[in-house]
Design a binder for this molecule. Structure first.
Ligand SMILES: [Zn+2]
Ligand SMILES: [Zn+2]
Length: 890
């Protein structure tokens, strides 16, 4: 039998048990048509580098769900994967090249792809290793990468199908353009920064007669692309000018003055220069008025031939030249400082150029319809529910989705252009001839797809779609999708749309959205603040189980999570506490042994009934919480039970019984409570629970009949027959009495081994508490202890300390140790505190938002709390008046 080490050393047990589980194949489910499977498809991790705490949180929450369902006997699949992460990965590799003085254009597309694959493979290996460190029990035999042949074929199939239905088109649209990355970006990839720039007031001379119109602009260099000046039709200042035209300075081009409701008359001069190819609002105005688009820039944001005298200049150099030339000609009216928000590339921080370009789009409105419906009908549920409204708002106003990217890393767009007839051939497999004219002169579109396009297909593509396989039929649709709320639209909404479109089914029934990770004080983690604790650092210092517990205990869906040093330390303390308690129980087993059949529990003693009852209540509550996705609350309850009820009270009482060899032995209850607590904790703290559980099993008489691992042992089920309300009431009262006497001892600095006198007055519990007098004496170090009925209560003497408890009053004579004034002050202070708590509770119970949101049993509990406090306050007041009257007597 292996000795359990004195100190808990997480590092030595973690790898051992992970390999044990992996070798036995516990992570790979069997297809069993008798049972409905539980399935989570892991959000594919970007192959850009190290895992951060957000990844650790995702892995922990999903592993908790997975391990819990597996212990409930369901065929459980957790499919891991990685995402090629288009632009993010490409920029990382470009940076590496730049470090060696090279560029992607310099090495060429083929070599660049080779280098990026090398990076991606290394990164995937790293991600896999880190997930294993975290204890993730995912099925590595089914691991997928978005660029694998299967998911790639899914991408081409989905593209072709949407194209054939007219839901994909190619068109000139305004996109966010990064001139350095030379690609279109999604809104998610753009960071907005507040910038103090200038507003330039420029004269545009009228084409007919004298005079001019002054336009105000932050970007004078774009004026070469102007195709109109627009004013608001209601603006009296310009009414006469509508329909006339102006001359663009420097290039002498005539453009019309038009009226459009979108013009804000209060901005600048109320006359807006319209540059349709470089501004989203202008683009829309131009569409309404059939204005031409004039693109004045090259993809790298140098000026194109349409910029006349500035051709070839970089955009900001062009601005300087334009301003100088306008000034020379006397066309600059004034310049004012102006603060505005400007988009920057999220990957390289270059200023975004809004630019019209030829891109591929998905027509999303028809797809959004179904995705709205399934959420309305409750077939897909968002947690927390408050995100449902945001989801509808966004889906109802959805815009077409630009899916092409001018990158080299990603899925190539499956469209080929014919050199002979210019027709397009759209095909899942590489075509050999043009579908229109049969020519073999085909050229594939150079662009790749937005990385979110393949992510949108992930729930079905990772399971093998478009092939019709048994795996896909059995495991799709999945059960839960877990991710951060920040990508609800970019990812979750698109998965729902594409899942419905490709398979006719929802991809999952529940979406669990987690919050952001912050430090102990609630501040965002950032390198600048120096409060970042990486998962590997936390694992090294505190152990995986402590990290997992810190990330999830006490948290709930959608709320931000504070995980700093403080929480990690207290989580490790919990692991230590569990370890030490287990060690005591194991050593007691070694010393005393356990007879066969001892674990068919027959609680005779009050405290045995109590712990057994509390344990079963805990199991019931935890099960309900887990079913309601309240993992954080479930963990908190197990924590409170193990730390306080089990370790602080039951084990302490059991130690006394074991040392005096009294019968019946508490060992069966120690073992049973520990064993079930370990199983309850396993989904969150897999390593320490496996280590302790294995050590325990070795020492039990029925060892050979149990499963080989805690992770395939059944999750505990509550036994309602174990509930013992009377024992709970008595033990709760014992605990309160002992605690109150211990507080007094601490308050008056009584030496630990000194016995003090106490009298307990109680009502209905008189006989039960009298039966436990020995326990109270030992735990509170009290002698003599007198337990009497309330009616025997004499008026308080001068030097008596009175403690008013839930079901009893404790009188501690402290002759010579405490004066009456201090005692009165103490009673007043305590009743003030209780009054304050009553006010808080009443406010809470009067709060409509709380009443409508909180579960009924929580409201019930709060009401009970209030009643108890009010009763206690009444009795404190009685004590105070007695104190008054006794002082009047003397
Ligand atoms: Zn960029
Ligand atoms: Zn052709």
């Amino acid at each position: 039998m292996s000795e359990i080490s004195k100190a808990y050393e997480p590092g030595t047990i973690e790898r051992k048990w992970y390999d044990f589980w992996l070798e036995r194949g516990y992570f790979t489910p069997e297809i069993d048509h008798q049972h409905k499977p539980f399935v989570i498809i892991m959000p594919p991790t970007n192959v850009t580098g190290e895992l951060h705490q957000g990844h650790a949180l995702t892995a922990t929450l999903e592993d908790i769900m997975i391990r819990w369902h597996r212990m409930r006997g369901e065929p459980t699949l957790w499919l891991p994967g990685t995402d090629h992460a288009g632009i993010a990965t490409q920029v990382v590799v470009e940076r590496q090249l730049a470090g060696q003085g090279q560029t992607k254009d310099g090495v060429g597309r083929e070599k660049f792809a080779e280098l990026t694959w090398e990076w991606a493979n290394k990164s995937r290996e790293n991600i896999r290793r880190q997930h294993q460190l975290l204890g993730a029990s995912c099925d590595w035999t089914r691991e997928r990468f978005t660029l694998d042949e299967g998911p790639s074929k899914a991408v081409r199939t989905a593209f072709v199908s949407l194209f054939d239905k007219g839901l994909i088109y190619r068109g000139e649209r305004m996109v966010n353009w990064c001139p350095r990355c030379r690609t279109a970006l999604s809104d998610l990839e753009v960071e907005h920064k507040d910038i103090t720039g200038y507003l330039y007031y420029i004269h545009y001379p009228l084409a007919q007669g004298k005079g001019f119109v002054t336009v105000a602009t932050t970007r004078p260099e774009t004026f070469f692309g102007d195709t109109a000046v627009a004013v608001n039709p209601q603006d009296k200042r310009y009414k006469k000018l509508i329909g006339k035209s102006v001359i663009l300075p420097l290039i002498d081009k005539e453009i019309p003055i038009i009226a459009d409701d979108a013009v804000d008359a209060s901005f600048g001069t109320g006359a807006l220069k319209i540059t349709p190819a470089h501004d989203p609002t202008d683009f829309e105005i131009a569409q309404r008025h059939n204005l031409p688009l004039v693109d004045i820039m090259n993809p790298d944001a140098t000026m194109s031939e349409n910029a006349g005298p500035c051709r070839g200049l970089e955009r900001f150099a062009c601005r300087d030249k334009v301003l100088a030339d306008l000034k020379d000609k006397g066309l600059m009216e004034k310049i004012e400082p102006y603060a505005h928000s400007v988009g920057h590339c999220g990957r390289c921080q270059t200023m975004i150029e809004p630019r019209v370009s030829l891109q591929w789009f998905v027509r999303t409105q028809p797809l959004a319809k179904g995705a709205i419906e399934v959420v309305k009908e409750g077939r897909v549920r968002l947690l927390p529910e408050r995100f449902t409204k945001t989801y509808f708002d966004w889906m109802e106003n959805i815009r077409d989705w630009c899916i092409s990217r001018q990158l080299w890393w990603g899925h190539r767009i499956p469209v080929w252009y014919c050199r002979d007839c210019a027709g397009m051939t759209v095909s899942v497999d590489e075509p050999t001839a043009c579908v229109h004219c049969g020519s073999r002169q085909l050229l594939q579109d150079p662009d790749v797809l937005d990385t979110w396009f393949s992510s949108a297909l992930w729930p079905h593509s990772a399971l093998g779609w478009p092939e019709d396989t048994e795996v896909l039929r059995y495991f799709y649709p999945g059960s839960v999708l877990e991710t951060g709320y920040d990508i609800l639209f970019f990812w979750v909404a698109r998965m729902i749309m594409m899942g419905l479109e490709d398979t006719g089914e929802i991809p999952f029934h529940t979406v669990y959205l987690h919050g952001l990770i912050r430090d102990d004080s609630g501040a965002k983690m950032s390198k600048l603040r120096g409060n970042v604790i990486s998962p590997s650092e936390a694992i090294g210092k505190y152990g995986v189980d402590a990290l997992r517990f810190a990330l999830t205990a006490g948290t709930s869906a959608g709320n931000d999570i504070n995980v700093g040093k403080g929480k990690l330390e207290s989580s490790r303390n919990f692991a230590n506490k569990l370890w030490n308690a287990s060690r005591f129980i194991l050593q007691s087993l070694d010393a005393n042994g356990l007879e066969a059949g001892a674990l068919e529990l027959q609680p005779k003693r009050m405290e045995d009934q109590w712990i057994n009852s509390r344990l079963n209540r805990l199991i019931r509550s935890v099960t309900e919480l887990m079913e309601a996705f309240q993992f954080g609350e479930a963990e908190q309850e197990v924590y409170d039970f193990v730390w306080s009820k089990f370790c602080d009270w039951y084990i302490e009482v059991a130690k006394i019984r074991l040392s005096s060899q009294s019968t019946p032995s508490p060992l069966p209850f120690l073992v049973d409570t520990l064993e079930k607590s370990l199983r309850l904790l396993h989904p969150c703290m897999p390593f320490i629970t496996e280590e302790l559980w294995q050590s325990l099993q070795q020492r039990l008489p029925h060892g050979s009949r149990t499963p080989a691992s805690i992770m395939i042992a059944p999750y505990p089920v509550a036994d309602d027959k174990a509930f013992a309300p009377e024992a709970e009431r008595v033990m709760d009262s014992v605990i309160e009495i002992v605690r109150s006497i211990r507080n007094v001892r601490a308050q008056y600095k009584v030496k630990p081994d000194k016995l003090i006198e106490a009298r307990v007055y109680t009502g209905e519990l008189l006989s039960s508490l009298s039966a436990e007098a020995g326990m109270i004496e030992t735990l509170a170090k009290v002698r003599p202890l007198t337990i009497l009925g309330r009616q025997k209560r004499e008026s308080t003497k001068d030097k008596d300390l009175v403690l008013v408890l839930k079901e009893a009053e404790v009188v501690v004579p402290l002759a010579g140790m405490v004066d009456r004034l201090a005692e009165e002050q103490r009673l007043v202070k305590e009743s003030e505190e209780i009054k304050e708590r009553i006010v808080q509770l009443k406010a809470r119970l009067g709060n409509k938002a709380f009443l409508s949101k909180a579960p009924a049993q929580v409201v019930e509990k709060e009401k009970e709390k209030l009643a108890l406090l009010e009763d206690k306050l009444k009795r404190l007041h009685q004590e105070l008046s007695q104190l008054d009257s006794s002082s009047a007597d003397s």
